[in-house]
Design a protein around this ligand. Structure first.
Ligand code: MSP
Length: 659
């Protein structure tokens, strides 16, 4: 049977933890993005995730809250599932290691390995705490005593089963060396070969008599199966391996890729392939070890107290913003430093300004110039053709990057198209075209090209941002699902003339970074394990109070960036200059009393900061629609008043909000 058109991918199964953090969400969002992309490609992709519910830790936690382990994990698993729902994670199956279907398979694998002599009974020697009924290693001890209850430990032996890893070591080295894609990135492959495999593998202890919350060894039930043998088997138990119905297993195994964090790559690339090979099954095609989300230089983890809650971020800024950040900001395979500031900055820059503005400007112009109806282009100019060529070339580039798990690079290709669309608006100057009949004919093509490019962009972002395309299609008036498929990107021009657009709310409202940071950051300790010190309120003197305004008052002032298209002296006035500004979706005339400070010709092309919601007023018969901001100071030598216009530090889109 041909398996080329199928793709099986997995995340690790998660330990049931009260609050999964954004680091956990990283693996899952990556897998979900890939699955959705494969689906767009017409591939039958199957995505498995789940939870890893056995072990002494769970048993103790459940006991502490007076619950049975199963009742305890049931609640947590419900939370994990609702997090995946919130983040729009579209898994095909959720396996729990407490599922009966899983338990049976683990027992079967264990028995087969025992029957064929790959598992044997021996003695496990370690430092044992009788109170906690647990073994510890020298390193785990706290001042030579049990790390949990603090009591002395004793050297003890426990009967245990062992797996003959050593028997398969040479086979595995050979497999890794002859299958360059098996462990990715390459650095992880070298680490496994040099640090673990070549120095030699010791046989692995695969059962415990001291752990009761686990899968019993069928033929010797006082033993439970070692948690990693239990957990790793999920990848095939979920497919029905060894059950009456093996159709999924036959269809999807071997797995195309296991996505795992780098700290668990060893289990996946040594223990797992050896088990599979020993029981006569093909091994996964690839195990990809991604990096960690770190904060303050350390892996984000609950015990360090440096975790970020994905629920808070998704509820505040939307799942798509979180998904975009995770896949855009961190190269898959490397560690990435999380900071609220980069997260918020990315929302504003890429989602709100670049993508959101492109959509709202385009729709607003179609409404303004053509009553909201997309017009048929009569001819394309070279500038149009260039942008069309880029739109048509982008899907193939994105496809290559997604297939290589280069998520940030795939998104970069898409945002390159978004950026070029914005530049195209600057170059074609629709507001000037809209002034004449001839210009309006040309404007039909310009706005058509933009709307069609936005359709391309919506399709391209679907895998990573599943919520946003529908919002874009709604504004663009696209209802035909044929226009939303990847295949539809082979042709430019499918958007029908006459389609009715509608300007709705911004798809990504701009966030006020300072205000958001003030709310979010107190939750993060400055260094791990350090609780934030509550900020002391500085008493405000009544005199100062009179000079302050509330935040709400401040947000009433709307400011935007505008580019000077023309600037000239106002007739019969020494003070006034008349500006014509490009504000993105419109032009504005503003009269400003700064003639004695500037030669008007030097100002053309500058980007200035404009207060845009001031009531218009007439100056020398000209209606001024806003105010241009400037800083006023006194020259220290001449003591003369100096005025400097406020501008932006780097070029931004005209119309960008200031705040
Ligand atoms: N239960 C095991 C996996 C068994 S798979 C047969 C486990 N669970 S976990 O809940 O601790 O981790 C689940 C996934 O989340 C792992 O891929 C892990 O690497 C990932 N992450 C946990 N913290 C992370 C970060 N701070 N950053 C990125 N990924 C992180 O391991």
């Amino acid at each position: 049977m041909c398996k080329k058109n199928r793709f099986y991918l997995t995340t690790p199964i998660y330990y049931p933890s009260d609050n999964l953090h954004i680091g956990h969400a990283y693996t899952t969002v990556a897998a979900d993005t890939l699955k959705r992309f494969k689906k767009q490609m017409g591939i039958d992709a199957y995505f498995l995730t789940g939870s890893d519910e056995h072990g002494q830790k769970i048993e103790r936690k459940a006991k502490a809250v007076g619950k049975t382990p199963k009742a305890y994990v049931d609640e947590i698993v419900a939370n994990i599932k609702s997090l995946w729902k919130l983040l729009n994670v579209d898994y095909d199956d959720y396996i729990r290691t407490t599922d009966d279907r899983h338990v049976k398979v683990v027992q079967k694998i264990f028995k087969q390995l025992y029957d064929q002599g790959d598992i044997y009974l021996s003695k496990y020697e370690g430092l044992y705490c009788t109170t906690c009924e647990a073994f510890y290693t020298e390193l785990q001890l706290k001042d030579g005593c049990c790390p949990d209850c603090g009591k002395p430990v004793e050297k003890t032996q426990e009967e245990a089963y062992f797996l003959k890893l050593s028997k398969y070591q040479d086979w595995l080295i050979d497999h890794i060396e002859t299958h360059p894609d098996f462990i990715q990135p390459v650095s992880r492959k070298n680490e496994m070969l040099n640090n673990f495999l070549r120095p030699g593998l010791a046989d692995l202890c695969v059962s415990r008599t001291s752990v009761t919350w686990g899968i019993p060894v069928e033929f010797n039930p006082k033993h439970t199966v070692y948690v990693w043998i239990d957990a790793l088997s999920n990848y095939i138990s979920a497919l029905g391996y060894g059950s009456e119905d093996t159709s999924l297993f036959d269809k999807y195994w071997p797995c195309d890729v296991h996505f795992v964090g780098k700290e668990i790559i060893r289990f996946h690339t040594i223990i797992w392939p050896i088990i599979l090979h020993a029981i006569g099954l093909p091994v996964p095609k690839q195990i990809f070890g991604h990096g960690w989300l770190v904060m303050n230089g350390q892996k984000m983890s609950k015990s360090l107290g440096n975790v970020i809650d994905p629920v808070v971020l998704s509820n505040k800024y939307g799942a798509d913003a979180v998904r975009y950040y995770l896949m855009r900001a961190i190269p898959f395979g490397s560690d990435g430093q999380f900071s609220y500031e980069t997260f918020l900055t990315l929302i504003n820059a890429d989602l709100s300004n670049t993508l959101g503005n492109l959509l709202s400007r385009t729709v607003a112009m179609i409404e303004k110039y053509f009553g909201g109806q997309v017009q048929a282009p009569s001819a394309y100019t070279d500038v149009d053709k260039e942008l069309i060529a880029l739109a048509l070339a982008t899907p193939a580039k994105v496809e290559v990057k997604f297939n290589e798990f280069q998520f940030p690079q795939a998104l970069e290709e898409i945002w390159n198209l978004v950026g070029e669309c914005n530049k195209y608006i600057d170059v074609t100057e629709p507001w000037i075209l809209g002034k004449t009949e001839e210009g309006k004919e040309r404007l039909k093509a310009v706005l058509y090209v933009l709307a069609e490019c936005i359709r391309f962009i919506a399709v391209l972002i679907t895998a990573n941002m599943p919520n946003t395309p529908a919002k874009i299609y709604l504004q663009l008036g696209i209802t035909d699902t044929e226009l939303t498929t990847w295949d539809s990107l082979q042709q430019f021009g499918l958007l029908k003339a006459g389609t009715q657009v509608q300007k709705l709310d911004a798809i990504f409202p701009r966030v006020d970074i300072k205000a958001e940071l003030a709310q979010l950051e107190p939750e993060v300790p400055a260094t791990p394990q350090q609780k934030p010190t509550p900020k002391k309120e500085t008493p405000v003197e009544s005199e100062d109070k009179a000079n302050t305004i509330g935040f709400d008052d401040f947000t009433k002032v709307q400011m935007h960036v505008g580019k000077v298209l023309s600037c000239e002296k106002v007739e019969k006035s020494d003070k006034l200059l008349k500006f014509q500004l490009d504000m993105g979706t419109e032009q504005r005339t503003i009269v400003s009393g700064i003639a004695k400070y500037y030669d008007p010709t030097t100002l053309v092309g500058k980007q200035l900061i404009v207060v845009t919601n001031l009531a218009p007023r007439k100056l020398r018969g000209i209606e001024s629609q806003g105010m241009i901001l400037s800083a006023v100071s006194t020259d220290s030598e001449s003591k003369e008043e100096k005025l400097t216009l406020l501008t932006v530090e780097a070029e931004v889109q005209n119309g960008a909000e200031v705040g």
